[in-house]
Design a protein around this ligand. Structure first.
Ligand code: ADP
Ligand code: MG
Length: 252
C-alpha cells in the first residue's frame, strides 16, 4: 500500500530539510509563547499546567536539536573500549521502565564477545532507536509482543558488493528481532533515508541516525523483514580494526 509511506515532501533537499525543521520547531514554540503570554496576564490557577507545557515543549525542541546535532557532527568519534552487553543492558532498562513496558524481551547473549572500540553514548542511541522501532511495530497488542536481542561472534561475513562476493571481518553481531508489523517491501530500499516514516508523528530520523552511527563505527546494518518478523542486524569490527575512515557501510 504505497500511501502508507509518508515521505515528507522533498525533504531530501536542503530546502526541504529546512522546511521540516521549521515546522517541527514552530509548533512547540507557539505553544511556549502562548503559555508565557497567559502567565504574563496573571492567570494564576492555570500556572502549573502552563509551566508543565513550557517544559514539555522545550524538551521536544531539545530532542529534535539533539538529533540534528548528531547528523551535523563531522568530528571523528571519541572512542573507548565498549562492552556491548553494557550498552544492551542500559537500553533494556530504559525500555522496560518506559516505552517498552508490557513487552517480552528475550536476551540471548554470547558472553565471550570482546569489547568494541566505539562511543558508548552513540551506540546506546543507535540500539535504542532500533528497539524503540521494534516496540512501535508491535503496537497495541503488547501481550503478544516479543523482542529478541541476540549477540554473537562471527569471524567472517560474506558480503555481496557490486556483484562480487567478498569476505570482510565484522565479527560482532547484534541482532534485534521483533514480531511486529514487518516492513513492507516497497519501503525497504528507502528505510534508512531521513524523513521516511509511516507514523503519524514520526520524524523518520531514527534509522538515518542509526545508519550514521554504525557507519561511523566502521560497521554495517542489515534489514531482513517479512510480515510479523523484522530483523535488524548490526555488524561491528573488533576493537583494533575500527576506523572512522571506514565508509564501507551502505545500509540497504
Ligand atoms: P520513525 O520511527 O520516526 O518513523 P525511523 O527512521 O526510526 O523513523 O523508522 C522509519 C520507518 O521504518 C518507520 O516509520 C517504520 O515504517 C519502519 N520501521 C522501522 N523499524 C521497523 C520495525 N522494526 N518493524 C516494522 N517497521 C519498521
Ligand atoms: Mg524510529
Amino acid at each position: 500500500i504505497e500511501r502508507q509511506l509518508t515521505h515528507r515532501a522533498a525533504a531530501r533537499s536542503v530546502s526541504g530539510l529546512a522546511a521540516v525543521l521549521a515546522h517541527e520547531i514552530k509548533n512547540p514554540l507557539s505553544g511556549i509563547r502562548g503559555a508565557a503570554q497567559l502567565l504574563e496576564q496573571g492567570i494564576t490557577d492555570a500556572d502549573r499546567s502552563l509551566t508543565q507545557l513550557i517544559c514539555s515543549e522545550t524538551d521536544r525542541i531539545r530532542n529534535l536539536v539533539d538529533r540534528m546535532e548528531v547528523f551535523g557532527d563531522e568530528r571523528p568519534l571519541v572512542k573507548e573500549p565498549v562492552n556491548i552487553h553494557d550498552v544492551l543492558d542500559h537500553v533494556r532498562r530504559l525500555c522496560e521502565s518506559g516505552f517498552g513496558r508490557g513487552i517480552r524481551f528475550i536476551e540471548d547473549y554470547d558472553p565471550s564477545l570482546p569489547p568494541v572500540s566505539g562511543n558508548r553514548d552513540k551506540l546506546v542511541q543507535a540500539i535504542l532507536n532500533l528497539v524503540k522501532n521494534a516496540v512501535e511495530a508491535i503496537g497495541e497488542n503488547k501481550a503478544q509482543g516479543r523482542v529478541v536481542i541476540q549477540t554473537s561472534f562471527r569471524p567472517g561475513v560474506r558480503l555481496s558488493v557490486q556483484g562480487s562476493d567478498m569476505r570482510i571481518s565484522l565479527p560482532l553481531m547484534i541482532q534485534i528481532e521483533d514480531n511486529g508489523s514487518g516492513v513492507p517491501d516497497h519501503l525497504k530500499e528507502h528505510l534508512f533515508d531521513p524523513f521516511v516514516t509511516t507514523k503519524p508523528y514520526g520524524t523518520g530520523l531514527g534509522l538515518a541516525l542509526v545508519a550514521k552511527i554504525i557507519n561511523d563505527h566502521g560497521g554495517i546494518i542489515e534489514l531482513d523483514s517479512e510480515p510479523k518478523r523484522t530483523v535488524f542486524r548490526v555488524l561491528l569490527p573488533m576493537q583494533d580494526r575500527a576506523s572512522t575512515q571506514n565508509s564501507r557501510s551502505s545500509p540497504r
